[in-house]
Design a protein around this ligand. Structure first.
Ligand code: UD2
Ligand code: MN
Length: 287
């Protein structure tokens, strides 16, 4: 009985906030994509720590931020398994209160990465009062767990040094890959544009929105911001769209009328796996 009383006393004490710097980070990580990983492997490997839908929060302290990870997706299941395999343990060590949302574009219309991000933002907020949104490609795995998947006082570009780009920024204003925006920052720019169909430009458009709304971006240094991209070719129905280049001239005029304020889509299915929430959507791709 003494033990029981002791346990009750501990559980009644309010939890302390988690420390600023998570104590169990490892720094540089080993990452390889040669191993074949099934979703079942991932469930067994990280599942026991998670709640249905790919949710987690630290048991012994109150997380600094509630973070929704939003992943645009279509037919990259092998990449998804690698991503889940590597990211869950990292996010857990980072002591985040987080959920993983895979936003799956239905059908074989032209892909729209940016619109999927907007949809993820809205759908995640229907579930929990997330304060921070990390938008991540499915094929990017950090090589250093000190790269925190959190938001800061500025919109943040996390994938600074990607192996595919020889660990260098291809250009200074690049804002593709993995980014983190607080709910406030994302609202201030009216989210992503919904009108970038096909490959390219949507990330530069977001950068311009941020700039035009008077903000600037932050980045970790190139040691901490290292990433490995899973090797891949160009997907079908996601060809580079030459119109997208022209559209970058129009960002300023489109911010308020094209984005979260004009978002229209249909949710076809929401599937809760142990390791992620998989939301299939009709993005109303042009015929
Ligand atoms: C670059 C950017 C990316 C985005 C893209 C242009 C970096 C590191 N990455 O990536 O953020 O701006 O250019 O649109 O700067 N996807 C699917 N299925 C598809 C097509 C795309 O799941 O059929 C998703 C998936 O999450 C993928 C992402 O969209 O990682 C971006 O597509 P990509 O990987 O083909 O583009 P990439 O590597 O050129
Ligand atoms: Mn890629």
């Amino acid at each position: 009985h003494q033990n029981e009383t002791a346990t009750q006393a501990t559980s009644r004490r309010p939890l302390e906030p988690c420390p600023d710097i998570p104590p169990n980070l490892q720094g540089v990580l080993r990452v390889e994509f040669r191993t074949n990983r099934t979703l079942e492997d991932v469930r067994q490997h990280v599942g026991p720590l998670l709640q249905q839908g790919g949710r987690y929060k630290p048991a012994n302290c109150v997380a600094k931020q509630k973070v929704a990870i939003i992943i645009p997706f279509r037919n990259r299941y092998e990449h998804l398994n690698h991503w889940l395999h590597y990211l869950h343990p990292i996010l857990i060590r980072q002591q985040l209160d987080y959920g993983v949302y895979v936003i799956n574009q239905e059908g074989d219309g032209v892909f729209n990465r940016a619109k999927l991000m907007n949809i993820g933002h809205n759908e995640a907020l229907k579930e929990y009062d997330y304060e921070c949104f990390v938008f991540s490609d499915i094929d990017l795995v950090p090589l250093n767990d000190r790269n925190l998947y959190r938001c800061s006082d500025k919109p943040r570009h996390l994938s600074v040094a990607v192996d595919k780009f020889n660990f260098l920024l291809p250009y200074n204003t690049i804002f593709g890959g993995v980014t983190a925006l607080s709910r406030e920052q994302f609202l201030k720019v009216n989210g992503f544009s919904n009108t970038f169909w096909g490959w390219g430009g949507e990330d530069d458009d977001l950068y311009r929105r941020i700039f035009f709304r008077g903000m600037s971006i932050s980045r970790p240094d190139s040691i901490i911001g290292r990433y490995k991209m899973i090797k891949h070719g160009r997907d079908v129905h996601n060809d580079p769209n030459p119109h997208n280049v022209q559209k970058l001239e129009e960002t300023y005029y489109n911010i308020d009328r094209d984005g979260l304020s004009s978002l229209s889509y249909a949710v076809m299915e929401i599937r809760k796996d142990l390791c992620h929430t998989f939301i299939t959507v009709d993005v109303q791709a042009p015929a």
